[in-house]
Write a protein that binds this ligand. Structure first.
Ligand SMILES: [Fe+2]
Length: 663
C-alpha cells in the first residue's frame, strides 16, 4: 500500500477520546476531545477529527484505537452501513468516497480505515516504545480493561443450571510485550480477567488478534482468571473513597494521609497456581476482598472488614464504628478511606513490581517501558527506581499512559508496519496540541467588550514580582500539553515558599484540601533539591520525588504529606520562556523551583484555547494571565480574592468550620 499524502490519522474512541495526526511518521498534533468540548474524559472524538482540516484535506489512512471492534460500535451504524467516524471522515472529504466493503452483520468497512481495537494493550505499548528512544524494550502494560475478547469457557467455566458452559468476555488487565523496530510487539504474557466465577487457568495462545501485527506462530501465555487486575483493585478503593473510578489520581493524592492498619492486614495480592500449561505461580488479587466489575470498575467488599463498612444512614457513631463513615462524597475525610488508599497504593506498587521483574526475566532486556492507566501513578513510578535498583534497569514511563495515548500508538504502529521505517523518533516533548494564532491584535479583539480585563506589557521579572506578592499567575503559550500534566504552556504558577500556598490554591481551584501540587525546577538544580534516584531528568513530571535534606522546608507549598513532590525538570531547549521565567524566580528568591499546577478549575479539563484562558481568569479568583511570547499580561480584578487571602491565615480547623475547604 502506498502513501500519497503522507498523512495518517489515529483516533481513540472511548474515554479520553482524541486524535493524533502523523505526517511521514512524525506527530503533527495530538489532542484530547475534552480540551475542545470542555467536558472531562469526553468520548467520541468528533470535534478532534474536524481539527485535522486545519492541516490537510486528505489522509491516507484512519487507524482506530479502542477496546471493542468498530463494527460493534456504540450507537450502531448509519443507514450507509458505516460507523459514525468513518462517515465523518468521508463527509469531511478526508478519505475517498469509495464503495464500502461488506464486513460484519450489515457493517461496511472502508478500505482506508484500519481498526486496531483488538490489540488495545499493544497500542499502549507502541506509543510508549516509539517515544522512549530505546532500540528495543520489554513493555509492561497495566491497564483497567483493554480489549474485550469473547472466549468459550469450555475448559475453565462452571456449567450453568442447564449444564452448558458459557462464553465469557475476557478483559486485558496486564501484559508483557517484546518490542523492536519497525513494528514488532510480540506478546509474551498476558492476564485477562472475567467477571464470572471460573477456574483460574492458563493457555498457550495461538489466536492472532489482528492479522496485521500477529500470526499463528506468535504463541504466548494467556492467564484467564476471575480476579480483579491491578487497576480494578485501585478503582474499587477509589470508589470506596467517594471518587469516581476514573479519578484514581485522587486516591494517590490521599494515600499519604493513611497508615498501615492492622484491621486490613490481610494481603490483597498473593501468588497462586493456575491450571493449564503455565507452571509458575501468578500474582493475583484476593477475590473475597475485590471483585472486578469489568469493564467499568471494581468492587471493594468492605464488609469483609467489620470496621470498614459504610456507616448506614441514621446509625449512631460508636467506638466500634470509629472507622466507619457514611457513603458520602466526602468519604475521603474518614480515616478508613485514607488507610485503604494507603494500602492499595502500597500493594499495587508491589504487584506492578512483580510484572516488571517478570518482563525482565522473560526478555533479559534492561530497557523497560511502562504504560496503561497505572503508568500515571507517579508515586509507584518513583518507587520502582528504588525497589528495582538491583536489576539496573532503564525505565521509561509513557506520560500519555491513559487511552488518550492509544491513538498515537495505533498511528505510529500502523505507519511503521506500512513503511518498515526503522528510524528512531526524534526526542519530543509533550507540547503536541493544535497550533493557534495568538497575537496582540487577537487579544485586544477578545477583551474589547470586557472592561473588567486590563491589558499591559510585562517582563518575566514583573511576573515574578507579582507571584512573590502572593498572586496566582496563569500562563498561556504555544501548544497545549498532551497527557494530564501542565508543563508550563497551560499552567497556573504560584510561590512554593508560601506556607499557605496549598490551601490557597486548592480553594481558588475548587479542589479537595488534600490534593498536592507539582513543581517545575531548572534541570541544573534538580539533583541538589531532589533525590532523582538515578534519573538524569524528569521532563514529563512522571515521578513524585523526595526532596533532599533541608529543602522541603523551603518549599512547603508543593511538598506533599509524605515529603514528596511531583517534579518537572525544565531546560532551555524544551521550553525557552518557562525556563527563563523560573530562572528569574530563582534570581529574586534563590529558589530554582516554581509552584506549577494545571490551568483549569476543579472538574474541568486543561485550558486549550486563548478564549478558554481569558474566560477562566474572568470567572475565577485567578486574576493574572501571562503570555510570555508576547510579553502581555492580562488582569481581571476579583473582589472576592481579598477575603480568600485573609482566610488563608486562619487555621485549617477554622476554615473547615467555615466550609471553605469543602470542594
Ligand atoms: Fe487502556
Amino acid at each position: 500500500m502506498s502513501m500519497k499524502t503522507g498523512y495518517v490519522a489515529g483516533i481513540t474512541r472511548g474515554h479520553n477520546a482524541g486524535v493524533c495526526l502523523l505526517y511521514e511518521g512524525e506527530i503533527v498534533f495530538h489532542v484530547e476531545e475534552e480540551r475542545l468540548t470542555r467536558r472531562k474524559y469526553d468520548g467520541g472524538p468528533l470535534a478532534s477529527i474536524t481539527k485535522i482540516l486545519d492541516y490537510t484535506d486528505k489522509v491516507d489512512y484512519v487507524v482506530i484505537a479502542h477496546t471493542q471492534p468498530l463494527h460493534q460500535i456504540d450507537g450502531g451504524v448509519c443507514y450507509s452501513g458505516e460507523d459514525i467516524y468513518t462517515s465523518l471522515f468521508r463527509k469531511l472529504g478526508l478519505i475517498d468516497d469509495l464503495e464500502m466493503i461488506k464486513k460484519h452483520d450489515g457493517y461496511r468497512g472502508h478500505p482506508q480505515v484500519v481498526d486496531l481495537s483488538t490489540i488495545h494493550h499493544k497500542l499502549h505499548a507502541a506509543a510508549a516504545f516509539y517515544r522512549s528512544g530505546f532500540d528495543t524494550a520489554a513493555s509492561v502494560i497495566i491497564d483497567g480493561a483493554g480489549t474485550f475478547t469473547p472466549m468459550s469457557a469450555r475448559e475453565f467455566g462452571r456449567p450453568d443450571p442447564n449444564g452448558n458452559m458459557p462464553t465469557v468476555i475476557t478483559y486485558e488487565t496486564e501484559s508483557i510485550f517484546d518490542c523492536a523496530y519497525p513494528a514488532k510487539f510480540k506478546t509474551l504474557l498476558k492476564h485477562s480477567g472475567v467477571i464470572e466465577n471460573i477456574l483460574n487457568s492458563s493457555f498457550d495462545m495461538k489466536m492472532p488478534m489482528h492479522p496485521m501485527v500477529e500470526s499463528e506462530e506468535d504463541i504466548f501465555t494467556l492467564m484467564v482468571t476471575d480476579r480483579a487486575g491491578i487497576v480494578k483493585t485501585y478503582e474499587a478503593v477509589t470508589e470506596y473513597c467517594g471518587f469516581t473510578a476514573i479519578e484514581a489520581g485522587k486516591t494517590m493524592g490521599l494515600f499519604p494521609y493513611g497508615k498501615p492498619n492492622e484491621e486490613i492486614a490481610r494481603p490483597i495480592f498473593k501468588e497462586h497456581k493456575v491450571l493449564g500449561p503455565y507452571k509458575e505461580k501468578v500474582l493475583l488479587a484476593d477475590r473475597e476482598m475485590f471483585s472486578a466489575a469489568y469493564p467499568a470498575t471494581g468492587v471493594f467488599q468492605n464488609n469483609f472488614y467489620p470496621g470498614f463498612t459504610w456507616f448506614e444512614e441514621n446509625e449512631e457513631w460508636t467506638n466500634d464504628t470509629r472507622y466507619a463513615h457514611d457513603k458520602e462524597p466526602n468519604m475521603y475525610d474518614a480515616q478508613c478511606a485514607k488507610d485503604m488508599a494507603y494500602k492499595i497504593q502500597k500493594e499495587t506498587e508491589q504487584a506492578a513490581v512483580w510484572w516488571i521483574r517478570k518482563a525482565y526475566e522473560m526478555t533479559g532486556n534492561k530497557n523497560i517501558v511502562i504504560s496503561g492507566g497505572y503508568g500515571l501513578n507517579c508515586v509507584a513510578n518513583y518507587h520502582y527506581l528504588e525497589e528495582l535498583k538491583d536489576l539496573d534497569l532503564n525505565i521509561y514511563v509513557e506520560p500519555i499512559s491513559s487511552d488518550a495515548g492509544t491513538c498515537i500508538g495505533a498511528a505510529l504502529m500502523f505507519w511503521r508496519y506500512q513503511t518498515e521505517d526503522r528510524k528512531k523518533f526524534p526526542e519530543s516533548r509533550l507540547y503536541l496540541g493544535p497550533k493557534y494564532d495568538v497575537d496582540e491584535e487577537k487579544i485586544k479583539e477578545l477583551i474589547e467588550h470586557d472592561p473588567a480585563i486590563e491589558m499591559s506589557s510585562a517582563s518575566k521579572a514583573d511576573v515574578v514580582d507579582i507571584i512573590t506578592s502572593k498572586n496566582i499567575v496563569a500562563v498561556f503559550q504555544g501548544r497545549s500539553e498532551s497527557g494530564p500534566r501542565a508543563l508550563g504552556n497551560r499552567s497556573i504558577l504560584y510561590d512554593p515558599t508560601d506556607p499557605d500556598a496549598k490551601d490557597f490554591v486548592n480553594t481558588v481551584k475548587k479542589r479537595e484540601f488534600f490534593r498536592p501540587f507539582a513543581g517545575s525546577i531548572l534541570l541544573e538544580d534538580a539533583h541538589d533539591w531532589f533525590d532523582m534516584r538515578g534519573l538524569k531528568e524528569s521532563p514529563d513530571m512522571m515521578y513524585a520525588m523526595q526532596a533532599q535534606p533541608g529543602k522541603a522546608e523551603i518549599i512547603p507549598g508543593i511538598i506533599h504529606e509524605d515529603g514528596s513532590c511531583r517534579i518537572q525538570t525544565v531546560k532551555e531547549a524544551d521550553n525557552y520562556h518557562y525556563y527563563h521565567l523560573i530562572k528569574e524566580f530563582k534570581k529574586k528568591t534563590g529558589c530554582p523551583i516554581i509552584f506549577n499546577t494545571s490551568f483549569n478549575l476543579g472538574g474541568e479539563p486543561l485550558v486549550e484555547t486563548i478564549q478558554d484562558a481569558i474566560r477562566t481568569i474572568r470567572d475565577s479568583e485567578i486574576e493574572y494571565l501571562y503570555l510570555p511570547e508576547l510579553d502581555i499580561l492580562l488582569y481581571a480584578k476579583n473582589p472576592k480574592l481579598a477575603e480568600l487571602h485573609s482566610n488563608t491565615f486562619l487555621t485549617k480547623e477554622e476554615l473547615n468550620s467555615k466550609g471553605k475547604f469543602k470542594p
